[in-house]
Design a protein around this ligand. Structure first.
Ligand code: CU
Length: 221
Protein backbone atom coordinates (compact mmCIF):
# COMPACT_ATOMS: atom_id res chain seq x y z
CA UNK A 1 0.00 0.00 0.00
CA UNK A 2 1.44 3.34 -1.01
CA UNK A 3 1.71 5.77 1.89
CA UNK A 4 0.44 9.29 1.37
CA UNK A 5 1.60 12.37 3.23
CA UNK A 6 -1.97 13.25 4.05
CA UNK A 7 -5.47 11.95 3.81
CA UNK A 8 -6.27 14.78 1.44
CA UNK A 9 -3.53 13.79 -0.98
CA UNK A 10 -4.81 10.25 -0.78
CA UNK A 11 -8.32 11.51 -1.54
CA UNK A 12 -6.95 13.42 -4.52
CA UNK A 13 -5.26 10.24 -5.69
CA UNK A 14 -8.60 8.43 -5.43
CA UNK A 15 -10.22 11.19 -7.47
CA UNK A 16 -7.55 10.70 -10.16
CA UNK A 17 -8.36 6.98 -10.29
CA UNK A 18 -12.05 7.72 -10.63
CA UNK A 19 -11.32 10.08 -13.51
CA UNK A 20 -9.34 7.38 -15.31
CA UNK A 21 -12.22 5.00 -14.71
CA UNK A 22 -14.58 7.55 -16.24
CA UNK A 23 -12.59 7.55 -19.48
CA UNK A 24 -12.97 3.78 -19.90
CA UNK A 25 -16.60 3.82 -18.85
CA UNK A 26 -17.25 6.53 -21.44
CA UNK A 27 -16.78 3.90 -24.15
CA UNK A 28 -19.75 1.98 -22.76
CA UNK A 29 -22.29 4.49 -23.87
CA UNK A 30 -23.93 7.83 -23.20
CA UNK A 31 -26.15 6.64 -20.33
CA UNK A 32 -23.20 5.32 -18.35
CA UNK A 33 -21.23 8.52 -19.01
CA UNK A 34 -23.99 10.68 -17.54
CA UNK A 35 -24.42 8.43 -14.51
CA UNK A 36 -20.70 8.13 -13.73
CA UNK A 37 -20.10 11.82 -14.45
CA UNK A 38 -22.69 12.82 -11.86
CA UNK A 39 -21.13 10.43 -9.36
CA UNK A 40 -17.65 11.88 -9.94
CA UNK A 41 -18.85 15.43 -9.53
CA UNK A 42 -20.42 14.63 -6.21
CA UNK A 43 -17.38 12.65 -5.05
CA UNK A 44 -14.70 15.17 -5.98
CA UNK A 45 -16.35 18.58 -5.81
CA UNK A 46 -15.47 18.97 -2.12
CA UNK A 47 -11.72 18.72 -2.65
CA UNK A 48 -11.27 22.26 -3.94
CA UNK A 49 -7.87 23.93 -4.09
CA UNK A 50 -5.12 22.83 -1.67
CA UNK A 51 -4.78 24.52 1.71
CA UNK A 52 -2.52 27.56 1.93
CA UNK A 53 -0.86 26.06 5.02
CA UNK A 54 1.06 22.77 5.04
CA UNK A 55 -1.32 19.85 5.44
CA UNK A 56 -0.08 17.82 8.44
CA UNK A 57 -3.27 15.83 8.98
CA UNK A 58 -2.51 12.62 10.86
CA UNK A 59 0.82 13.86 12.28
CA UNK A 60 1.91 12.05 15.44
CA UNK A 61 2.95 15.25 17.25
CA UNK A 62 1.28 18.40 18.61
CA UNK A 63 -1.87 16.40 19.26
CA UNK A 64 -2.72 17.32 22.82
CA UNK A 65 -1.94 19.72 25.64
CA UNK A 66 -3.19 20.64 29.09
CA UNK A 67 -2.09 24.16 29.97
CA UNK A 68 -3.28 27.02 32.12
CA UNK A 69 -4.70 30.12 30.46
CA UNK A 70 -4.12 33.72 31.58
CA UNK A 71 -7.28 33.53 33.75
CA UNK A 72 -5.95 30.50 35.61
CA UNK A 73 -8.29 28.07 33.83
CA UNK A 74 -6.89 24.71 32.76
CA UNK A 75 -7.30 24.26 29.00
CA UNK A 76 -7.07 21.45 26.50
CA UNK A 77 -8.18 21.12 22.88
CA UNK A 78 -11.52 19.61 23.90
CA UNK A 79 -12.53 22.96 25.43
CA UNK A 80 -12.67 24.46 21.97
CA UNK A 81 -14.83 21.82 20.23
CA UNK A 82 -16.74 23.39 17.34
CA UNK A 83 -14.04 26.00 16.78
CA UNK A 84 -10.96 26.08 14.60
CA UNK A 85 -7.99 26.59 16.92
CA UNK A 86 -4.73 28.29 15.96
CA UNK A 87 -1.77 28.06 18.35
CA UNK A 88 1.19 30.37 18.01
CA UNK A 89 4.34 30.01 20.13
CA UNK A 90 6.24 33.10 21.15
CA UNK A 91 7.00 35.59 23.91
CA UNK A 92 5.57 38.97 24.73
CA UNK A 93 8.83 40.91 24.56
CA UNK A 94 9.47 39.76 20.99
CA UNK A 95 10.18 42.80 18.83
CA UNK A 96 8.85 41.67 15.49
CA UNK A 97 7.91 38.07 14.64
CA UNK A 98 5.37 37.63 17.45
CA UNK A 99 3.54 40.96 17.08
CA UNK A 100 3.23 40.54 13.32
CA UNK A 101 2.03 36.93 13.68
CA UNK A 102 -0.53 37.88 16.34
CA UNK A 103 -1.73 40.79 14.19
CA UNK A 104 -2.13 38.37 11.29
CA UNK A 105 -4.15 35.99 13.48
CA UNK A 106 -6.42 38.81 14.66
CA UNK A 107 -6.87 40.09 11.12
CA UNK A 108 -7.75 36.57 9.90
CA UNK A 109 -10.44 36.40 12.57
CA UNK A 110 -11.89 39.73 11.42
CA UNK A 111 -11.84 38.57 7.79
CA UNK A 112 -14.05 35.63 8.80
CA UNK A 113 -16.85 38.01 9.77
CA UNK A 114 -19.56 36.22 11.74
CA UNK A 115 -17.58 32.96 11.49
CA UNK A 116 -14.89 34.65 13.59
CA UNK A 117 -16.85 33.44 16.61
CA UNK A 118 -15.79 29.93 15.62
CA UNK A 119 -12.09 30.82 15.63
CA UNK A 120 -9.94 30.51 18.74
CA UNK A 121 -6.52 32.14 18.75
CA UNK A 122 -4.05 30.83 21.36
CA UNK A 123 -0.67 32.24 22.29
CA UNK A 124 1.70 29.89 24.06
CA UNK A 125 4.64 31.54 25.78
CA UNK A 126 8.12 30.08 25.40
CA UNK A 127 9.32 32.58 28.02
CA UNK A 128 7.57 31.54 31.25
CA UNK A 129 10.19 33.35 33.35
CA UNK A 130 9.02 36.79 32.22
CA UNK A 131 5.56 36.15 30.72
CA UNK A 132 3.34 36.21 33.79
CA UNK A 133 -0.42 35.66 33.37
CA UNK A 134 -1.01 39.43 33.87
CA UNK A 135 1.49 40.40 31.19
CA UNK A 136 0.10 37.83 28.77
CA UNK A 137 -3.51 38.89 29.36
CA UNK A 138 -2.65 42.46 28.41
CA UNK A 139 -0.61 41.22 25.47
CA UNK A 140 -3.18 38.95 23.78
CA UNK A 141 -6.16 41.22 24.42
CA UNK A 142 -4.26 43.98 22.65
CA UNK A 143 -4.67 41.88 19.49
CA UNK A 144 -8.11 40.36 20.14
CA UNK A 145 -10.27 40.14 23.23
CA UNK A 146 -11.16 36.51 22.58
CA UNK A 147 -7.57 35.27 22.31
CA UNK A 148 -6.14 33.29 25.19
CA UNK A 149 -2.56 33.08 26.38
CA UNK A 150 -1.35 29.75 27.73
CA UNK A 151 1.56 29.16 29.99
CA UNK A 152 3.44 26.28 31.45
CA UNK A 153 6.10 25.87 34.10
CA UNK A 154 9.68 26.46 32.94
CA UNK A 155 10.55 22.84 33.69
CA UNK A 156 7.66 21.51 31.59
CA UNK A 157 8.29 23.67 28.56
CA UNK A 158 11.13 21.55 27.20
CA UNK A 159 8.93 18.47 27.01
CA UNK A 160 6.06 20.44 25.49
CA UNK A 161 8.40 21.83 22.82
CA UNK A 162 9.47 18.27 22.05
CA UNK A 163 5.88 17.05 21.83
CA UNK A 164 5.01 19.95 19.51
CA UNK A 165 8.24 19.89 17.49
CA UNK A 166 8.89 23.54 18.18
CA UNK A 167 12.22 25.20 18.85
CA UNK A 168 13.11 27.88 21.37
CA UNK A 169 16.39 29.12 22.77
CA UNK A 170 17.34 31.91 25.11
CA UNK A 171 19.77 34.42 23.62
CA UNK A 172 21.60 36.43 26.33
CA UNK A 173 21.31 40.24 26.21
CA UNK A 174 23.28 43.04 27.87
CA UNK A 175 21.60 42.37 31.25
CA UNK A 176 20.25 39.12 32.78
CA UNK A 177 16.63 40.18 32.14
CA UNK A 178 17.07 41.66 28.66
CA UNK A 179 17.58 38.38 26.87
CA UNK A 180 15.70 37.53 23.68
CA UNK A 181 14.28 34.19 22.58
CA UNK A 182 14.91 32.49 19.26
CA UNK A 183 11.82 30.46 18.45
CA UNK A 184 9.81 28.65 15.80
CA UNK A 185 7.59 31.16 14.07
CA UNK A 186 4.78 29.11 12.55
CA UNK A 187 1.47 28.11 14.08
CA UNK A 188 -0.62 24.95 14.25
CA UNK A 189 -4.21 24.87 13.03
CA UNK A 190 -6.73 22.39 14.48
CA UNK A 191 -10.12 21.54 13.03
CA UNK A 192 -13.40 21.77 14.95
CA UNK A 193 -12.91 18.27 16.36
CA UNK A 194 -9.47 19.10 17.81
CA UNK A 195 -7.47 17.26 15.15
CA UNK A 196 -4.21 18.83 14.01
CA UNK A 197 -4.61 19.73 10.33
CA UNK A 198 -2.23 22.46 9.20
CA UNK A 199 1.09 24.10 9.86
CA UNK A 200 0.68 27.77 9.07
CA UNK A 201 4.02 29.24 8.01
CA UNK A 202 5.30 32.57 9.29
CA UNK A 203 4.12 35.47 7.14
CA UNK A 204 1.43 33.48 5.32
CA UNK A 205 -0.84 36.49 5.48
CA UNK A 206 -4.22 36.96 7.09
CA UNK A 207 -6.16 36.19 3.90
CA UNK A 208 -4.44 32.82 3.48
CA UNK A 209 -5.03 31.84 7.08
CA UNK A 210 -8.65 33.00 6.93
CA UNK A 211 -9.33 30.95 3.82
CA UNK A 212 -7.88 27.81 5.45
CA UNK A 213 -9.96 28.38 8.58
CA UNK A 214 -13.08 28.95 6.48
CA UNK A 215 -12.49 25.68 4.71
CA UNK A 216 -12.06 23.78 7.97
CA UNK A 217 -15.24 25.37 9.31
CA UNK A 218 -17.09 24.36 6.14
CA UNK A 219 -16.04 20.74 6.68
CA UNK A 220 -17.84 20.84 10.02
CA UNK A 221 -21.14 22.25 8.82
CU1 CU B 1 8.72 36.21 18.52
Amino acid sequence: MVRYASQRRYDMYLCGLKNKLAVSVRRMGAVAVVAVGALLLSACADDGPPFVGIDVTGANYANAFTLTDHNGVERSLGDFAGKVVVIFFGYTQCPDVCPSSMTEMAEAKRLLGADGDRFQGLFLSVDPERDTPEIMRAYVSHFDDSFLALYTQPGALQQLAKDFKIYFKKVPGPTPTSYTMDHSAGSYVYDTTGQLRLYNRYNTGAAGLASDVKRLLAEAS
